[in-house]
Design a binder for this molecule. Structure first.
Ligand SMILES: Nc1nc2c(c(=O)[nH]1)N[C@H]1C(S)=C(S)[C@@H](COP(=O)(O)OP(=O)(O)OC[C@H]3O[C@@H](n4cnc5c(N)ncnc54)[C@H](O)[C@@H]3O)O[C@H]1N2
Ligand code: MOO
Ligand SMILES: [Mg+2]
Length: 430
């Protein structure tokens, strides 16, 4: 007799998976490879930035006191006693009515306390000596970038777990991090199952389809920040699949399979879990698509049995696999970011299960509006391309109307949510 599967709530299923959070591991990468990784240590400033008072403009460094009498009727003239570009230091002491030609970024010469922009000066030469005159006075401190005005020594700049974006890369470089401590990426294996599968390079044949899931999932793994290991596609032959899964498990932290998790004659994943003595955490979730999503564990290693149906496969990854990957990065918000949005179109299909409608969410006049991104069956592949969010529609409703408030989960976001699963209410009109 066919075993009847008992659906569990999405939040319960996510919780079961999250029991297997990764132990964080640290490795070091070069600064050039750090972009897109997650920082494994707090970074504190070991110096002031800037490290010296410097000029924000090209112009002349002066002693402000010498400019006090200057006005348009009475220009004050300075003797130009030197010139410095960024990277050089003026060694002398600047005296009475003396100025130093200075470029942006150069240190303020000793004795000077103001910089006059080049455009506000007039220059001339007399007996091989250069002079500069100004027609207004300057207060002490005018046009000086002070030591430590950007960052003060000792400040915590970036916290452990922070995503390394280009700005973080700039800070790491500023503070001399040629090598950067980052969290190790988990290795996520991918196996596609199905005798119907062709590779993308193959010509179509009767009854066959191209394997899109493996490539989609590999891209999702990379988007989540992990490393992919692809083992290929396998036809629906039990022993072949058992061997492939056993072998893959030796080489990865997490293994994802697609297809074969339902109740068809060639849906072998349940038999594979049994054969390799993996414990099934759940094999039915009260959600659409992806109700057949199955997760099993063996010796602390997770096996994600994602559906063969492309939309179901995609959703299963984002809800269950993504957050566990994120735990490897010291991430306190490993789940998809939850936001509130306005439903941008009617969604009339009733369903007893919570729906995750692939959608495009964008701001319209400051309001996030989410519109289903196309054909909504579990088998759909076309609606995935435009999707940057899931609209979460709780089950048990007769359908939803344009204008209702809905919860959305954002797919392209880096910030994430701590736990987005509480209080997902039935929608209401705003
Ligand atoms: N009698 C029942 N039938 C089905 C049930 C059920 O509860 N009772 N569940 C349905 C639901 S819901 C889903 S979702 C699918 C899940 O199917 P499987 O996970 O077992 O996947 P397959 O049977 O292998 O394939 C399903 C579908 O997806 C296509 N596929 C498979 N692999 C790929 C791939 N790599 N790239 C693109 N497309 C793929 C495959 O050709 C099938 O069309 O089961 C329902 N049936
Ligand atoms: O798992 Mo199925 O996708 O609910 O349609
Ligand atoms: Mg099947």
């Amino acid at each position: 007799m066919l075993e009847k599967r008992k659906p569990i709530a999405v939040a319960e299923a996510v919780q079961r998976v999250m029991q297997f959070a990764f132990q964080e591991k640290v490795e070091t990468v070069s600064l050039q490879q750090a972009h897109g990784r997650f920082l494994a240590e707090d970074i504190a400033a070991d110096q002031d930035v800037p490290a010296f008072d410097r000029s924000p403009y090209d112009g002349y460094a002066i002693r402000s006191v010498d400019s006090q009498e200057a006005c348009s009727e009475n220009p004050v003239t300075f003797k130009v006693v030197g010139e410095i570009g960024a990277g050089y230091v003026f060694e002398g002491l600047v005296g009475d009515r003396e100025a130093v030609r200075i470029m942006t970024g150069a240190p303020i010469p000793r004795g000077c306390d103001a910089v006059v922009m080049l455009e506000l000066t007039q220059t001339f030469e007399e007996d091989d000596q250069r002079y500069m005159s100004i027609k207004r006075s300057y207060e002490a401190g005018t046009n000086i970038s002070y030591k430590g005005e950007d960052v003060q020594k000792g400040a915590i700049l970036i916290e452990k777990g922070q995503y390394i974006n280009p700005g973080v890369v700039a800070l790491l470089a500023t503070f001399g991090y040629d090598q950067v401590p980052v969290f190790r990426k988990p290795i996520v294996g991918v196996i596609a199952t199905g005798s119907e599968l062709l590779e993308p390079s193959d010509a179509l044949q009767p009854g066959k389809i191209r394997n899109s899931n493996a490539y989609m999932i590999m891209a999702q793994i990379e988007r989540a920040g992990a490393t992919v290991k692809y083992f290929g596609k396998f036809s629906d032959e039990l022993n072949l699949c058992i061997q492939a899964v056993e072998k893959a498990l030796q080489e990865v932290d997490i293994l994802i399979t697609t297809g074969g998790v339902s109740v068809g004659d060639y849906d072998y994943l349940p038999a594979i879990y049994e054969a390799i003595e993996a414990q099934v955490l759940f094999n039915k979730v009260a959600m659409r698509p992806g109700s057949v999503t199955t997760v099993a564990a063996r010796n602390g290693q997770l096996l994600f049995g994602l559906s063969g149906n492309p939309s179901a496969c995609y959703v299963g990854f984002e809800l269950f696999t993504r957050p566990i990957i994120r735990t490897a990065f010291g991430n306190k918000q490993p789940h998809l970011r939850r936001e509130q949005a306005v439903l941008g179109a009617d969604f009339k299909k009733p369903n007893p299960f919570t729906r995750f409608v692939r959608a495009n969410a964008s701001f319209e006049n400051g309001q996030l509006v989410a519109v289903p991104s196309g054909f909504d069956k579990s088998s759909a592949v076309s609606s995935l391309a435009e999707a940057n969010a899931f609209i979460v529609l709780p089950g048990g409703s007769r359908g939803y109307e344009k204008g209702m408030q809905v919860v959305v989960l954002m797919l392209e976001d880096l910030q994430g949510s701590e736990w987005p699963w509480d209080n997902i209410e039935k929608s209401y009109k705003s």
